[in-house]
Design a protein around this ligand. Sequence first.
Ligand code: F6P
Length: 429
Amino acid sequence: MSDIDLDFTIAQLGECRIQSPMSGVRFTRDSERVLYHARLEEIRIWIEKRADPPAMEAAGPREKIFFEPSQLACGIVTCGGLCPGLNDVIRSIVLSLYHLYGVKKVYGFRYGYEGLVSTYGHKPIELTPDGVNRIHEIGGSVLGASRGPQDPVDMVKTLEDLKVGILFAIGGDGTLRGALKIADEAAKRGLKISVIGIPKTIDNDVSFVQKTFGFETAVTEARRATYAANTEAEAARNGIGLVKFMGRESGYIAAYSVLVDSQVNFCLVPEVPFTLERFLAELQQRLERRSHAVIVVAEGAGQDLMAKSAERDASGNVKFGDIGIFLRDAIKDHFKKKGVEISLKYIDPSYTIRSVPADAHDSAFCLLLGQNAVHAGMSGRTGMVVGFWNHQFTHVPISLATSARKKIDPAGALWSSVLASTGQPADMR
Ligand code: F6P
């Protein structure tokens, strides 16, 4: 999609006629915009045309709102894999609805979209400020989560039966697509139901959102693994530390783990193909030079090197081969054939780094995401996610957020910094 075609228009359920009960705050005007581009040269073409460059709606409380708070019920659902900060976001939504707007009825749907389908029999929980008071101190999701889509007709029926006016859907790509289907189905049936997404993915791969919550916590935790890998590798002659992180199609955790711990010598991500021969040759040279090496690999890297599987998970993702185990065995095999004795330690902290509570910075980030999601819902916006762009909270149409996965640009600044830190060749094909 070219920048010229970007359409950041947010759907709206109707006119905002009700005065917000909030006072003493700075209200955001509907006309406020956050620039999509951050560099002058990128917006030059619009300046020359005397037109507005692409920009997103700024998030924040509106002076006039769409829903009458005293009559409103809301729902929250968490879907997909875990991520640090899920409970912080749930808590922030409940507290914001209650304290900022006076909304008293908030349902927590259990186990992802299953909780919105009556035949599963998962009864929704009523979420109150007291009930969510300390949930941010623990990892996971107090609501539980699940993968996979459900029929929007069934889900909208549940929302209608419970008279839910705003549904907050916390999840990644698949969840957000599901959220849009709920919004479309509600609109088709003439129901005034707002659906607001809060993007959640440990892989940090949602488009038009610079950073998703929990990512920073995960990278912080990742450091324990790279630290251990390096310590083990340095303590052995021809020591190799190999660490596998999550990252199906985007290797952000792996890439940032390199920047956090610059002891890493090789970073392998899905966005940058490599051959086994070339990688092993480079690794061998590194051992000859320095007697130890640390490798981080994202789960989606090097999938072309392994047998493909036709199996899919409940989200519809192709089941990947285990690149960590594959590399571990290939490295051992290679050096055995060369008659070189190595000491390889393999660490797979995938689930460890996503099940922890959010760190301080992520907690604050989650609080603000939750508040802004509530402001957006109360103003009758729908089919959108709360984003973070150029250090500001924004509204992004779900259609754009799910249009493609955000990936590391192998020609961009992040990857260039990773290469500068590891010292690995730019091309290992
Ligand atoms: O949601 C994306 C992700 O973090 C991927 O990186 C990983 O493949 C997946 O979740 C694993 O989650 P689960 O094992 O819970 O399906």
